[in-house]
Every structure is written in C-alpha cells, then in structure tokens.
Design a protein around this ligand. Structure first.
Ligand SMILES: *Cc1c(COP(=O)(O)O)cnc(C)c1O
Length: 338
C-alpha cells in the first residue's frame, strides 16, 4: 500500500478522540452510542475537510502551486477549512460562494474573511462556471491556482478518510470495541468513499452508513455511481486492488427535510439533545441532520440494545452562529438579517 508515500501536508493532530455518549445512550435506551470527534481536528474550528486537505495540499505543494481555489455554499465548512489550511501552508486562497452576502458576515463566512480568503459571490447556477473562470484568471495572472473540487471530494482528498478509517480501526482494537454501524453525514461523497474503502482494507465488519444531507446526492440513482468512481480512483491511487460497485455503499435518504441547508425540527432537536445531554455541539446543516437521523432510527428500533453504534462527528459547529435566531425564542435580542 502506498498511502504513506503520498504527499501530505500536516494540518492537525491525529488520532481524534473517541467518546462514549453515556447520557444519550441512557436517554434513548437503545444501542451504546460512541462518537469519533473529527469536529475536534485542531485547525480552524475543526471538521472532516481537514483530513482531505492534508492530501490535497500535499499535492498542490508538490505541483508548486501558490493559490488554492474552491467553491461551496455561503456557510461551507469546506471553504472555511480550505481558507485556514491555505494560511498554514503559506498559500493564497480564493473562494467562490453561492448565496447572498449578509450585512454582517457570521458563522463560516466570518471565519473565511478572518482567514484572509478572497471571496467571489455568485448564485448557485453560476457556481461551477464561475469557479472555472476565476481559476483561468488566476492562471493568467501567474498566481498558480490549484483547483479543489466542491467538498474536496476526489481521489486525492478521499485518501484522508481511508487513513481516518485505519486510524479508527487501531483505536477500536485498543478499546476492544466493535461497532455494528458507523453513521455520518454524507454529501459530496469523499468521506463515505474513503471510509468504505478503508473499512474493506482493514476488514471492518459493521455497516458504514451515510445519512444523505442534500438534494444533489439525494437522487438515489445519481449518488452511488459518484461514490464508486471516487472509491475506485482512490483505491488505484493507494495501490489497492479493491474495486467497488454502486451496491457496495450503504445510504439513507430519509432525512432530507426541506432540502440542503434548510434545518428544521429534526436538526434543532438533535442540537439541543446533544448540547443538553453531552455538552457537545452539532452543526445545523450536516451533523445535526445525521444525528437526528440516527436518533430517529434508534427510536424506530433499527438497532438492538446490545448493539453498538459509532457516530462520526464530521464537524460544522461554526454553522450554528448563522442560525442564531433559531435559538432565541425567548430572548429580546434582535439579530441582523442573514
Ligand atoms: C462536507 C461535510 C460533510 C460531508 O462530507 P462529504 O465528504 O462532502 O460527503 C459532513 N459534515 C460536515 C460538517 C461537512 O462539512
């Protein structure tokens, strides 16, 4: 396996901890719930994009690039972490964000500006075109851009989650834990592709179940081929013979609610549940939806009491501040429009 030989730029301390969620387990009276804390990766307020960016930036530096460019929604965690990682690697950063800029930037958008990223706003339909246009302009201006796809989800970024799964396997062995399922938020696919491939490599027996977060991946026909492509390209990159097909991925599309970045009762209840029972924060867009899904599945009897589930917390907590008004029911505060 060539994983250790691939170019990698150190961004955070690993392994991230595994925590037992005892109060939550007691409250739901179902399977034992554990959490892998990738919300605690030690760069720019944490999250799953850090693992991918270690390999993406490794490649950018190998190619002697000077500027990172990527795209996402206005509250993109991926964009925030790309901006932070760029500073650590002494690179410039351009972000193409779809959405209307608020009067006062908050949440991830505030952090993007603090990390000195140059932001190009556009609407969702124009985003892919705009990303290519800005990249071409940077190229012309001699800024040596390195284009990172939305979510960092290609075979380079996905290697980060193969490494993440191998890291988890070592921890599970030490703790003598064998989860029946690993549950996490899935969107652009790089995380799920890496985890599924990593699980196959290390012989993990449990279900690697992605809770779908957005409409793009929601077309139940559209997403598995994307996952298979990323997984197989990632396998080739690390010199593994494993190849997967669409049916090798475990997905749940039941919790899409009103759509991407439209959190509702499921998400806000999960946020309160975790805050009040465990002192742990979730982000309204990804992790609260996935946790809300897991808690719903537990209530519906998907898992038995003697089973163990591991929720892979992929981060996103800075999103909370962009939805602050949702938590101010009884307060007199007036929040700026977002
Ligand atoms: C991007 C993101 C995900 C989804 O990861 P993908 O690799 O894009 O599927 C999950 N959770 C959070 C907090 C994210 O920012």
């Amino acid at each position: 396996m060539r994983l250790d030989d691939l170019p990698r730029f150190h961004l955070a301390e690993f392994p991230t901890p595994i925590h037992s969620l005892e109060s939550l387990t007691k409250k739901y009276q179902g399977p034992a719930i554990y959490m892998k804390r990738d919300d605690l990766t030690s760069l720019g307020m944490g999250g799953n994009k850090t693992r991918k960016l270690e390999f993406l930036i490794g490649e950018a530096l190998k190619q002697k690039k000077k500027t990172l460019i990527t795209a996402g929604g206005i509250q993109s965690n991926h964009c925030r972490l790309t901006a932070a990682a760029a500073k650590k690697a002494d690179l410039h950063c351009h972000l193409v964000l779809n959405g209307n800029p608020p009067v006062i930037p908050n949440g991830n958008l505030l952090l993007d500006t603090l990390f000195g990223a140059e932001i190009h706003f556009c609407n969702r339909e124009k985003r892919d075109k705009k990303l290519l246009e800005v990249t071409a302009e940077l190229e012309k201006a001699g800024k040596k851009p390195y284009l990172i796809p939305v979510g960092g989800s290609n075979s380079i970024g996905s290697v980060g989650y193969v490494a993440g799964m191998l890291e988890l396997a070592r921890q599970l062995e030490e703790l003598s834990l064998a989860p029946d399922a690993i549950i996490f938020a899935t969107s652009s696919g790089g995380t799920q592709a890496g985890l599924t491939l990593g699980a196959e490599i290390c012989g993990f027996k449990g279900n690697v179940l992605g809770i779908s977060i957005d409409q793009v991946s929601a077309g139940s026909d559209a997403f598995p081929p994307v996952l298979a492509t990323i997984t197989n390209e990632t396998a080739a990159r690390i010199g593994s013979d494993i190849r997967m097909t669409e049916s090798d991925f475990s997905l749940n599309y039941d919790y899409l609610g009103a759509g991407y970045a439209m959190p509702g009762e499921l998400e806000f209840n999960a946020i309160e549940d975790l805050a009040l029972n465990e002192g742990i924060l979730l982000g309204p867009v990804y992790t609260a939806r996935a946790m809300g899904g897991l808690l719903d599945m537990i209530q519906k009897g998907f898992f038995t009491k003697d089973q163990t589930v591991l929720f892979w917390h992929t981060g996103g907590t800075p999103e909370l501040f962009a939805w602050a008004d949702r938590f101010s029911k009884n307060s007199e505060y007036i929040y700026p429009e977002t």
